[in-house]
Design a binder for this molecule. Structure first.
Ligand SMILES: C[S@@+](CC[C@H](N)C(=O)[O-])C[C@H]1O[C@@H](n2cnc3c(N)ncnc32)[C@H](O)[C@@H]1O
Length: 279
């Protein structure tokens, strides 16, 4: 039977064994990530390492934490931008902030925060809407390298041009340059935005929730998961949201066919902003 198998099928088995090994040694579970994108990224990583095959990679990765860190960085997709999907941030400003204002203190979890772009965008909106000093944002990610970048809050000026356009489209009230200091080819996020922002490592597939939050953003991350894992992660997030709490997903993600969907209503149509119902 083995001889009838196609090379592609065998490679699928080899990848499965590598992912099993990673789970057992390091506790990171990539077995339920959507296959096509994961395979593509693993293949790119393998090529970069110069290792000849997945079995060879497996033999090395399971004994070499640094090599594993490289693999983790290679397979997570960290694309992000400040004010990504400006209409989402506009809707937050115009339709959600007034509800957030009713809480004495607001805790927000940005799960899968990449290099902090979304966290700082949110901080800008909250400050402009008069909530400075009344919130804490927890930005978490599985990838330590992007978390370090998030903490530094340094972005290339090239990217800042794109961020500025997003800010304006999202209803920004000031000059975007008020929020950073330019140095050479870089922009450093202002101190004011770093107040009340905490970045920490957290793995949505393995760790527990991080406590009660009034709002959770988990955008452009569930698309990389298979349906069962999506369900599990949404269950974890649901456990952190009290009734009346807000859940924000990416534009290509939806709650509609999920188990927890019945407990939420889409607050702003088409913007993937959901509110947990009071029962
Ligand atoms: C495409 S980025 C999205 C960033 C941001 N939320 C946005 O919408 O612009 C996905 C992020 O999820 C992170 N991620 C992937 N798997 C994760 C997991 N199991 N737990 C936590 N973060 C994860 C990746 O490292 C990456 O930074």
């Amino acid at each position: 039977m083995g001889s009838c198998m196609r090379t592609q099928d065998i490679e699928g088995i080899e990848i499965g064994l590598l992912l099993d090994g990673i789970f057992r040694v390091y506790g990171y579970d990539f077995r339920e990530y959507a296959e096509a994108s994961l395979k593509r990224r693993l293949a790119q990583w393998l090529q970069k390492t110069g290792l000849g095959s997945f079995p060879e990679a497996q033999a090395r990765v399971l004994h070499d934490r640094e090599l594993f860190s490289g693999l983790l960085e290679g397979i997570t997709v960290n694309v992000s931008a400040m004010f990504r999907d400006p209409q989402f941030f506009k809707a937050l400003r115009e339709e959600v902030v007034l509800h957030l204002k009713t809480y004495p203190f607001i805790k927000i979890w940005v799960a899968g925060c990449s290099a902090g772009e979304e966290v700082y965008s949110l901080a800008i909106v909250l400050c402009e809407e008069g909530l400075q000093g009344r919130y804490r944002i927890y930005g978490t990610d599985i990838n330590e390298k992007v978390l370090r970048q998030a903490e530094e809050g340094i972005y290339s000026l090239e990217r800042v041009q794109q961020f500025t356009q997003g800010y304006q489209k999202a209803g920004g009230k000031r000059d975007f340059s008020d929020y950073y200091t330019a140095r050479y080819d870089y922009a450093i996020v202002s101190e004011k935005l770093r107040d009340n922002v905490v970045f920490a490592s957290h793995n949505l597939t393995a760790d527990a929730g991080i406590g009660e939050m009034q709002m959770v953003l988990c955008r452009n991350l569930l698309i990389y998961f298979k349906p069962a894992l999506k369900e599990r992660v949404l269950g974890l997030i649901d456990g952190c949201l009290p009734n009346g709490g807000f859940l924000c997903l990416g534009m290509k993600e939806t709650l509609s066919d999920r188990v927890i969907a019945g407990r939420y209503t889409e607050m702003v149509r088409g913007k993937r902003i959901y509110r947990k119902q009071y029962v």
